[in-house]
Design a protein around this ligand. Structure first.
Ligand SMILES: O=C(O)CCC(=O)C(=O)O
Ligand SMILES: [Fe+2]
Length: 208
């Protein structure tokens, strides 16, 4: 079946082209990977870890990087009835790099435990990525860097964003090594756990 407009992804050549080629999407993926490696090396410094700690075998030497291209329709969100572009959630990897167009929508809540929660708009800045810390980062750093609670509220305008997440290293690696860690978790267990929660994201009303 074809709607006559968007058939590129059904062409058998599309995947080899992506794998072998240097499309803009792939270049963006590489750019995000390089920036993520740089962020990890800065993190080593702020945590007092030896240089190269995160790039050791089994840590983030061969990470999974996800790139999502997101489209939000012109609907208006209704937080009172739980209708969002994306409901409140934290991302599950180390951190997310986010590029958005100039349409507002992303909101963060600085204090996850506050009641009621206070939401602040995060506006895009020309030439800059928004960095959201993820759950894996919170575990790695024993809560020193906490994952960012965020959501997307649609305001009646179409919106696009690019989401790149530097997720995990080897699946059997125990998340350990930070000197004052209190929690040990296997990456595989973390991935399993996150696939059974995140009701927030299910509140997304538009299809990416
Ligand atoms: O589109 C955005 O600004 C954020 C998307 C997001 O938080 C997500 O997909 O996890
Ligand atoms: Fe998110």
């Amino acid at each position: 079946m074809t709607d006559g407009t968007s058939t590129w992804y059904r062409k058998p050549t599309a995947i080899p082209d992506f794998i072998n080629g240097t499309s803009k999407t792939k270049l963006e993926l590489w750019r995000c990977s390089a920036l993520s490696r740089r962020l990890l090396s800065l993190l080593e410094k702020t945590l007092g870890l030896e240089s190269g700690f995160f790039s050791q075998p089994g840590r983030f030497d061969a990470p999974t990087t996800l790139l999502r291209l997101l489209h939000y329709t012109e609907e208006v969100s209704r937080p009172d009835t739980g209708v969002y572009g994306a409901g409140a959630h934290t991302d599950y990897g180390m951190f997310t790099l986010l590029l958005t167009d100039n349409v507002p929508g992303l909101q963060v809540c600085r204090d996850k435990e506050a009641s009621p929660q206070v939401w602040e708009d995060v506006l895009p800045k020309e030439g800059a990525y928004i960095v959201n810390l993820g759950d894996m980062m919170q575990i790695w750093t024993n809560g020193r860097y906490r994952s960012t609670l965020h959501r997307v509220v649609k305001g009646g305008q179409e919106r696009y964003s690019i989401w790149a997440n530097y997720v995990w290293g080897a699946l059997n690696e125990a998340v350990q090594g930070h000197p004052c860690r209190i929690q040990t978790i296997h990456v595989k267990a973390h991935v399993y756990a996150i696939s059974h929660r995140k009701p927030g994201l299910l509140q997304r009303t538009s299809s990416p």
